[in-house]
Structure formats: C-alpha cells, structure tokens
Design a protein around this ligand. Structure first.
Ligand code: CO
Length: 214
C-alpha cells in the first residue's frame, strides 16, 4: 500500500515521465479542456476511471458518487450534466456501474444505514421497478449483478430525462447516452448497449422537455 509521503514522490516521477514523452505536456494541459466524454461512475477506489478507459488527462469529464446515481434533485450531478453538455459539448455521456458495488449490496439488505438511507433509496426504487424480473433470479449473486446492471440503465434513463440531453440531442445529434458495467474480476468493461434513440423516444412520451424548442 502507498504511504502518504510516497504520493508526492510518485507525483514528481509522474511529472518527469510525462515531460520525457512530451516536453510540452503540462503547457498543453493548462491551456484548457475539450473532453468528448462525461463519465458518471461509482466512487469505489477499485474503479479507476481513466486507467480502465486507457485515456489521458483532459479526455474525460468525471463525476463519481456512491453507486453512480443520477438523482434529479442532486444539484451536483445536475450541474455536471448541464456543464458537460452545454459548455464542454461532450459527445457521449456514460453511466458506469460495477459488479461488487457496496452501495447496491447495501440497498439489498434489510438495514437502517442512517444518512445513506435516502441515497440508497434510489436503488431500492430500481429494485421495485424491476422486482418481478429480479425476484425470478434464484441465485442471490446473479440477482445482485442484475441489479447493478438495471441500476446503470435506470441512471442512464435519468440522464436522458434532462432538458440538456433532450434539447442538445435534437439540435446537434449529440450527446449519446451509454450504460457500462465494469467487471473487476476480469477487468472487462461491458457496454450494456442501451438503445439510446429508442429509450429517448420512450422517455419523451412522459418526460418531454424539448418540445417547442426547434
Ligand atoms: Co460501487
């Protein structure tokens, strides 16, 4: 395990490595950002966003919270979605969950978790929406994995419910919204292949915030 002091040594080594491969690396970095991706994922320390995506600093705008939730009254995530779409003009919005998620696991248990209750309630709502499918899965581990996937899908739908996504998509064809699951046992990044256009159409039957703007 890394000690506190080692972090600053690591940082100095990282600076030399970056400068060795590109002398102007930090000058370019300081000039500004123009990422194509907004990534909304879990805070879990094992899900290392840039590393598992194989991208460099400046390529992904990142938001992480417990269990990668997109709650419509969370000013933090809503500000990030708005800024990423309207200012940064990202082309892809990704919600990434992961198997083995402690937040999802906690929401499956009959326990009072204090301040976490209202946060994890969102996952219990996902369970309730899909309870017939989930209850039909006999194996608990498989049911847990399926809830991780369904939670990603529902949070991706929450992204699609925003005016920012609907209006910008209708005028520019972007952003596209995706759902991923990271399987840390294998390192695989799994694309759940959410049909964005079909989901958008379905969502707009009820949550249409883009009408009359064209
Ligand atoms: Co997690």
């Amino acid at each position: 395990m890394t000690t506190y002091e080692q972090i600053f040594e690591n940082n100095r080594r990282w600076i030399s490595e970056k400068k060795a491969s590109d002398h102007d690396f930090f000058d370019k970095l300081a000039k500004g950002q123009n990422p194509d991706f907004l990534y909304i994922g879990c805070s879990d320390s094992r899900v290392a966003t840039e590393e598992l995506m194989g991208v460099s600093p400046g390529e992904v705008f990142v938001h992480r919270n417990i269990a990668n939730l997109v709650c419509n009254n969370d000013l933090n995530v809503m500000s990030i979605i708005n800024f990423a779409i309207n200012q940064l003009q990202v082309k892809h919005v990704i919600v990434c969950g992961h198997y083995g998620c402690g937040g999802v696991k906690a929401a499956m248990q009959a326990r009072d978790l204090g301040i976490l209750n209202p946060w994890l309630r969102n996952i219990r709502d996902v369970y309730r929406l899909h309870r017939h499918e989930l209850n039909a899965v006999g194996d608990e581990e498989q049911r847990y994995k399926r809830l991780v996937e369904l939670n990603v899908e529902e949070q991706a739908l929450n992204v699609i419910k925003t005016a920012a996504v609907q209006k910008t998509y209708m005028s520019t064809g972007y952003p596209l919204v995706h759902g991923w699951v990271f399987d840390m046992k294998s390192g695989n990044l799994i694309d759940l292949k959410i049909d964005f256009q079909e989901k958008l159409k379905d969502i707009q039957e009820i949550y249409n915030l883009g009408a009359g703007e064209e």
